[in-house]
Design a protein around this ligand. Sequence first.
Ligand code: TXA
Ligand code: MG
Length: 367
Amino acid sequence: METIKITLKELSKEEYEKAVASAGKIIREGGLVAFPTETVYGLGANGLDSEAVEKIFIAKGRPMDNPLILHVSDKDVENLVSKVPLNAKKLMDEFWPGPLTIILNKKEIVPLKTTGSLETVGIRMPDNKVALDLIKASGVPIAAPSANISGRPSPTTFNRCVEDLDGRVDMILGWDSSKVGIESTIVDLSLEDAEPEILRPGAITLEDIQSVLGRGRYENMGQLKEDEKPRAPGMKYKHYAPKAEVIVLEGTRENIEDYLLNQKSSLKEKSSIKEKSTIKEKNSIKQKSEILVILFEKDSINIKNEGYKVIVYKDIEEGIHEIFEDLRKADDSSIKTIYIEAQNEVGKGLSLMNRIKKAAGFNIIKV
Ligand code: TXA
Ligand code: MG
C-alpha cells in the first residue's frame, strides 16, 4: 500500500486544512490514518465501523481481543455510552482535553470489534490540535491505539510512525513530538458505585483523580502470572520492548555505581581471557561493552569513566517525555543492554516505572 506522508508543520493554513480534510475523508471512508496526540502518536480508523477497525489490528499485528480507545473532539459522549455518571463528568471537566481515558458502558452503536468484545468502551478527548481537527473533519469517533507495531515502544514522533507503519496505512500525519510521551491514564468508571480504578497509570496521576473524586485506587499488579487476567486486556501483552535487554537497577546511586563498575571489570576480565580469540569473537565482546545507563537528576562521572554511555533525565517529566524515543534510539545504535535507575513509584514516577518495568520484562536487580 502506498502511504501518503504529510508533515503539517510546514504547511500554510490553507494547505493544512486541505490535508486534514483529506485525512478526515480517509477515516470516514474506512481507511487508516496515523496522527499525533499529546501522549503518543495514534493509528486511527472510524471507531464505529467494524471493517475499518479490523484493519488497525492487522496493520499493527495486534491481538483481536485487545480493545481500542475512542477519541472524541468534545465532551458530549452520550451517543456512545449508556450513561455518563457524575464522576465521569467531573473528570472530563477537569482533565479533558487531556491524557485521560475513561471506561464506561458502551451503547450498541460501538461495535464489539472496537472493544475487543467487551461491553465497555474507553473514551478520551486528546489535547492536540491535529488530533482534534482530524476527529472533527472525519465526523466520527476515531478508534486509535498507539501507532507502533505491536510490542514495540509507542512512537512519539512522526519519523517513528513512518518507521513502523509506512506501507501499512493510508496516511501518516506529522506534527511536533508528543508533549507527554507515554500513553494516557485509563480509569474505569463502568461499575456504578464502585471505587474508580486506574487500569493504566499515565500523566494524570492517582492523586489527581482522588483530588477531583475524593476517592480512587490503583492496584500495582506487577508482573502478571500465566493465567492471570488483567482488567485492561492490553496489559497482558509484551510491551515497549526494544531489542536491547533492559535491566532496572533498584538501589542508592552509590550502590548502582558500584554494581556497574564491578560489571565492567568482569567484562574486561572476560575479554582479556579471550585475547587470542578470533576477530568474530572479539567483535562480540566489544559489542557487549555497548551498554547504556539511564540515570535521573545527577550525572555520574564514575560510570562514564568506565566507558558506559550515559543519559541523564533531569526529572520524571523528562523521563516520561524521552523514554520511548531513547529505547528506540538504543536499537538504532549497537546498544545491547540498557540499565535504568529505578525511581520512586509515586505520582508520575509510578507511571514512568510502569512502562520501564514492562520494557524490562520485570528484569529488576536490587543493588
Ligand atoms: O494515550 C493513549 O491512550 C494512546 C493515544 C493514541 O491516544 N492510545 C493508546 O492505545 O495507548 P493502546 O491501544 O495502545 O492502549 C489502550 C489500552 C490497552 O491496554 C487496552 O487493553 C485498554 O487500553 N482498554 C481499551 N478499552 C478498554 C476497556 N473497555 N476496558 C479495559 N481496558 C481497555
Ligand atoms: Mg499501545
